[in-house]
Design a protein around this ligand. Sequence first.
Ligand SMILES: *Cc1c(COP(=O)(O)O)cnc(C)c1O
Length: 408
Amino acid sequence: MALINEHFLKLPNNYLFADIAKKVNTFKTTHPRADVISLGIGDVTQPLCPAVVEALHSAADEMATKDGFHGYGPEQGYDFLRKAILANDFLPRGIHLGLDEIFINDGAKSDTGNIQELVRWDNTIAVGDPIYPVYIDSNVMIGRAGILEQGRWSNVYYMPCTRENGFIPQIPDRRVDIIYLCYPNNPTGTVIRKEELKKWVSYALRNDALIFYDAAYEAYIQSDEIPHSIYEIRGARKCAIEFHSYSKTAGFTGVRCGYTIVPKDVTASTLTGERIALNPLWNRRQSTKFNGTSYLSQRAAEAIYSPDGKAQVRATIDYYMRNAREMKESLTKMGLEVYGGEHAPYLWVRTPNNTPSWKFFEQMLYGAQVVCTPGVGFGPSGEGYVRLTAFADHDATLQALEKIKNWL
Ligand SMILES: *Cc1c(COP(=O)(O)O)cnc(C)c1O
């Protein structure tokens, strides 16, 4: 008899975006003439930039020749891309990494989900709340999260991120083993400053904890005051693993490529106290379970670092950030309390009069025909907020703002 991994059965089967789609479809069926605009999606909308498209074409042409054909590549990724990452994302910030500390991935979702395979099932994990659901759900699947009681997992230490604490969690007043941080944050769109991030690194070093740092939105940061990488903080290379993605940076949600940094100095302990480096473990894990990101995707990613690529990628980010700026300005003028949107493509909007997230979602759908994402879908502390994204077309964004204004 094959026995199931019953931890999967603990996962609630309602999926946030499926629930939203269902409610939007119901509305569209009963209001066939309504013009619904979505500011709810977490996907980009603008096409790949010309430098990337050119690289894809030429990589495809190469693959069509006997000499240029590429089969299985290195599981860790091609050196041409790893070198470009070092030279552009790290060296200019004074961060020195070895090529073998960079692992090319097929997107940050896979690796933020997979990384927990390296640590024992009985570690305690701490997460910001609200949060990108992958961190918790991947831990649920192997039984580390405990059981779900009133919207909370019994073995997860929730760190509320609220307007009272500026959406930066309080340092835990007890020991935890693993901390997930994501800045710029999805869903709140808020950022962490160096002084704050320093406190987390020293907590981790003091308590022998690991930090899994998700930097998927790093490219949206508009100021040098805000760290693009946790390795800007001294000591982080002893305690932090960092995830990057080209999905939001360069519209790679359908291309699939990113990278994960596992410094050689990051270690964890055996039960008998022996220190084990995680870099060789991750290398082993990847070599066993992953056959590399496609050559085409990696050539496409390399093109982002060319002078043309950089300018074109920047232009698209500026396009989204103009949406974000205009959204924040208008919504604030309408009397709403709006957070984020300055260094991230997300705005975190407090619902008026403490209206529950889902109720506000329906009110806005029926009143303004605009779709948002209920904040409570990202965790208990998201109750009373909704997330709006700046990824829509500029015209659609302006129309949505007009509709919200008329409705309010
Ligand atoms: C979109 C997103 C990612 C990136 O996912 P990919 O698999 O790279 O497309 C990672 N983390 C967060 C928080 C995200 O919102």
